[in-house]
Design a protein around this ligand. Structure first.
Ligand code: AP5
Ligand code: MG
Length: 206
C-alpha cells in the first residue's frame, strides 16, 4: 500500500502514522522528521532548511523531491510507504507520480481554531518519536513511554504556527482537489479522540 497523510499542521498526521504504518507494515516517512534530523546533524542541507522551517515556510521543492526520491528507493519501501508531510505542493505531487504514485490519500480534517492549542501544547520525544499534549502529561518534561526528555519544537510558537497555517491553505490545501480529481482522496474527521480518528482511517482504507 502506498499511502499519503494530508492535513494541516497539528492535524494528527504523526500521531496516526505510528499506528497505521505498523498495521500496514509499511515505513512511516515523515519529511518533517527527516529535515529535523538533518538540522540536528548540521548537514549542509539541514543548515539550509532550518531558516525556512523556523520561519514556518516550505523548504524548496527540489530539495524535498530529491530527499523523498532517495528515501523511496530504499529496500524497506518495496511493500509501499506511508508519507506524512509530503507532498505539500502540486509540484511535489507531480514528482511523486513519476517516482511511485500513491494508491490512497487520507485527508485528516481539523478546523484551524483547534490547531493552535494542539501545537503550542505539543511535546515530542527525541528517542521514541512519541507525540503528546501537555494537558495529558503528569511530568511535561519526561516521555511517558520511554522516559527520555520531551522537547517543544522550535516551530511550535504561536507566530510560526499562524504562518504554517497560512502556507498550508495557500500551497498544500490545493492537493485536496488534486487527489479528489484522481479519485484517490478520502477525508476523515480529525477533530475527535485519536482512537476514533484511527478507526475512521482504517475504515477508509478498506
Ligand atoms: P512537519 O513536521 O511535517 O509539520 P506539519 O505538517 O506542520 O505537521 P505537524 O508535525 O506539526 O502536525 P501533525 O499533523 O504531525 O500532528 P501531530 O500528530 O504531531 O513539517 C515541519 C516543517 O518542515 C514545515 O513547516 C516545512 O518547513 C518543512 N517541511 C516538511 N515537509 C516538507 C515538504 N514536503 N515540503 C517543504 N517543506 C517541508 O499532533 C499535534 C498535536 O495534537 C500533539 O500534541 C498531539 O498529541 C495532538 N493530537 C493529535 N491527535 C489528536 C486528536 N485526535 N485529538 C486531540 N489532540 C490530538
Ligand atoms: Mg508531524
Amino acid at each position: 500500500m502506498k499511502l499519503i497523510f494530508l492535513g494541516p499542521p497539528g492535524a494528527g498526521k504523526g500521531t496516526q502514522a505510528l499506528g497505521v504504518s505498523s498495521r500496514l507494515n509499511v515505513p512511516h516517512i515523515s519529511t518533517g522528521n527527516m529535515l529535523r534530523a538533518a538540522v540536528r546533524n548540521e548537514t549542509p542541507m539541514g543548515l539550509a532548511a532550518k531558516k525556512f522551517m523556523d520561519a514556518g515556510k516550505l523548504v524548496p521543492d527540489e530539495v524535498l523531491i530529491e530527499m523523498v526520491r532517495e528515501r523511496l528507493s530504499m529496500v524497506d519501501c518495496k511493500p509501499g510507504y506511508l508519507l506524512d508531510g509530503f507532498p505539500r505542493t502540486v509540484e511535489q505531487a507531480e514528482a511523486l507520480e513519476q517516482i511511485a504514485s500513491p494508491d490512497r490519500v487520507i485527508n485528516i480534517a481539523v478546523p484551524d481554531e483547534c490547531l493552535l492549542d494542539r501545537l503550542t501544547g505539543r511535546r515530542v520525544c527525541g528517542k521514541c518519536s512519541g507525540t503528546f499534549h501537555i494537558s495529558k502529561l503528569t511530568d511535561p518534561g519526561v516521555c511517558p513511554v520511554c522516559g527520555w526528555t520531551l522537547t517543544h519544537r522550535d516551530d511550535d510558537q504561536p507566530v510560526t504556527i499562524r504562518q504554517r497555517l497560512k502556507v498550508y491553505h495557500e500551497q498544500t490545501a490545493p492537493l485536496i482537489g488534486y487527489y479528489e480529481g484522481k479519485g484517490k482522496l478520502r477525508t476523515v474527521d480529525g477533530d475527535c479522540a485519536p482512537e476514533e480518528v484511527l478507526a475512521s482511517i482504517l475504515a477508509a482504507l478498506e
